[in-house]
Design a protein around this ligand. Sequence first.
Ligand code: AMP
Ligand code: MG
Length: 324
Amino acid sequence: MICLGIESTAHTLGIGIVDDKGNVLANCKKSFFPDIGIHPREAAVHHTKHAVELVACALESAKISAEDVDLISFSLGPGLSPSLKVGAVVARTLAIGLNKPILGVNHCVAHIEIGKMKTAVKDPIVVYASGGNTQIIGFSGGKYRVFGETLDIGIGNMIDKFARKVGLGNPGGPIIEKIAKKGRYIDMPYSIKGMDMSFSGLLTFAVNSFLVKKEKIEDVCYSLQHNAYSMMVEVTERALSHTGKTEVLLTGGVAASRMLQGMLEVMCSERGAKFNVVPVEVAGDNGAMIAWQGLIEYRAGRRQDISETEPDPKWRTDEVEIGY
Ligand code: AMP
Ligand code: MG
C-alpha cells in the first residue's frame, strides 16, 4: 500500500510518499520563511503557488504514477487556518480525481509516529519541539497525554523571533546554534510553572541583553538556548519519574539542535533511560510523516468521508483517540 501525504500546517508545504513498510519514497517540500515572520494568508498563497509542482516532484522522486497511490492523507490540524485549507483542498482534489480514500490526520501525532517508526522506540516520553509547538508527551489510556507544554510561544518560534529581532536572519535555529558554540553563560530568566514552560520572558530578556545591555551575541545565543532547553529537560525528567517510562524520543524541527540532543542525552544516561532522536530529514514539518500517519490509521480501520475533512486549527495532541 502506498500513501501520499500532504503537510501544510504552517510555514511548509510538503508532499511525501511512503509505503506500508515505512520506506520514504519521496519527501518534497518548500518553506516560507519571510524576514518579518509568517503572515497566515501569505503562507497560504505560498502553498497554493507550489502545490502542483510539489505533487509532481513527489511522484517523480518515488518513480510512480498518480494511479499507484492507494491513499491520500493530509494534516487536518492543528495549524494556521488558511494554510490548512490549502492542504485540504489539494487532498480532496487528488482523492476525488483519482478516486482514492482520504484521511485527515493530526500533525503533532504524525511527528511522534514518524519518530517511533524511525527509531524503533516503544513507549517513550516524547519531547515534541518545533516552531509552533513545545509539548512533553506520554502515551496513557488510549491517548498521547500532554504532561507539560509551553504556556505561550513554541520553542522554535521563540528562537526564530530572537534571531529576527537581532538581525541574524530566518529561520534562526541553526544560525543561533552555530554562534552559541563560542558563548559562555550569562544569567537569564528560567520559567517553569508546574510542568509547563514559558518562553516569552526569556525572549524579551535575551533581545534586551543584546540590543540594550550590549552583551556579546555569542553569550546571549548560548544562554538563551541553555535556559530554554534546560526547562524542557527538567519537565522531561519529571515526566519520566512520574510515569516510570524508560525511553525518551525527541521529535519536531528543533530536534535538529545538537545542544538540546546533548542535554537530553546526559539527563537520560544519568537516570538509565534510553535517548532517541528522529532523523533530521523527517524532523521538521514534512509530507512523509503525514503519509505514514495516514497509513497507520487506514490499516487500523479508520475511514473518513470527504464531508468530514474540514480542517481543525485547534485540534490538540491529547484529543486524538489512538486506535492502533
Ligand atoms: P517545524 O515547525 O517542526 O518544521 O520546525 C521548524 C523549527 O525548527 C524552526 O523554528 C527552526 O528554527 C527550528 N530549528 C531547525 N534547526 C534547528 C537547530 N539546529 N536548533 C534549533 N532550532 C532549529
Ligand atoms: Mg510541526
